[in-house]
Design a protein. Structure first.
Length: 86
């Protein structure tokens, strides 16, 4: 029993060395920015910022993945964060 425990620990240590470490997201990629702009065009935000932020909140409520992207976009972060905390 003791030997199998040691073998398990060795395997886990090797796996930890090989697997990439968890990276913390700090900014949007270019493709993520393009995706957000496809959902809510930048021109719409410039002309109708209140409407665009409202749309971002609706999209964020519908999808956790989309919400996580909006959290890194300065245009929408505050509104989305506030709405998700309600």
């Amino acid at each position: 029993m003791q030997g199998s425990y040691k073998e398990f620990l060795e395997i886990m240590e090797k796996a930890a060395e090989v697997l990439p470490s968890a990276r913390v997201k700090t900014a949007l990629t270019e493709s993520e920015r393009k995706f957000i702009d496809a959902l809510i065009p930048a021109a719409d935000y410039e002309k109708y910022p209140t409407l665009a932020r409202k749309r971002a909140v609706e999209l964020a409520r519908a999808s956790a993945e989309v919400a996580s992207l909006f959290m890194f976009d300065g245009r929408y972060k505050e509104d989305v964060e506030k709405a998700l905390n309600e």
